[in-house]
Design a protein around this ligand. Structure first.
Ligand code: SAM
Length: 190
């Protein structure tokens, strides 16, 4: 595995791949909400067999504006408009790597509908950084996670991005899912 990512640590990336491999035995496709340059998506695509599809989503206009839930005493970690890359650049990285190009959707998560999502999801990685981005991702992805599938949410334990934890805790309240932590990530087993 070649790790090259300024957003996700190497141990986190290794954990994502370990969990993604486990999920190959589950029915359904693989999803990343917030792919940025595609660093994690390229590695996940590299382990997928032909009968599994990777769906990746991003505004390709960078982060949206923060909401009040994202305000941190630690100050600003990321601002609206940061982390912008084009869809074409991401697609070309897959082609250059000789990998099957994922389904790449350019949209704000709040504009996505059920038709944009695969019916069944075996593995998902949520990495939208802000409260509304994670809340909207959970709304789209949560109902499609199959039994035995796993969702990983990045930055759950990142005090500079408090909206992530808030959105996940609100969503998880009253749900029977198994949660565990790994570095900044929350791993949710369905
Ligand atoms: C930290 S980066 C993702 C890094 C990537 N997952 C990786 O592993 O390299 C966050 C990405 O989420 C996207 N994003 C955040 N909120 C979004 C929203 N509400 N709608 C669409 N894209 C969003 C940003 O454009 C950015 O590219």
């Amino acid at each position: 595995m070649t790790w090259r990512n300024d957003q996700v640590s190497q141990p986190e990336t290794e954990k994502i791949l370990e969990v993604a491999r486990e999920c190959l035995a589950r029915p359904g496709d693989f999803v990343e909400m917030g792919c940025y340059k595609g660093d994690t998506a390229l590695l996940v695509a590299g382990i997928l067999p032909g009968d599994k599809r990777l769906y990746i989503y991003d505004s390709f206009e960078g982060l949206p504006e923060k909401s009040v839930e994202d305000v941190s005493a630690l100050g600003e970690d990321f601002k609206g408009g940061e982390l912008s890359v084009t869809k074409r650049e991401v697609k070309e990285r897959f082609l250059r790597a000789g990998l099957r190009v994922p389904v790449i959707k350019k949209a704000w998560f709040s504009d996505l509908t059920d038709e944009d999502m695969p019916d069944r999801i075996a593995f998902s990685f949520l990495d939208g950084d802000f409260y509304e981005s994670i809340r909207d991702s959970l709304k789209l992805v949560g109902p499609r996670m199959v039994g035995g599938s796993v969702m990983i949410i990045h930055d759950y334990n990142n005090l500079a991005l408090p909206g992530v934890k808030r959105a996940v805790d609100e969503w998880a309240c009253g749900k029977t899912v198994e949660k565990s932590a790994f570095q900044s990530m929350m791993i949710v087993r369905f």
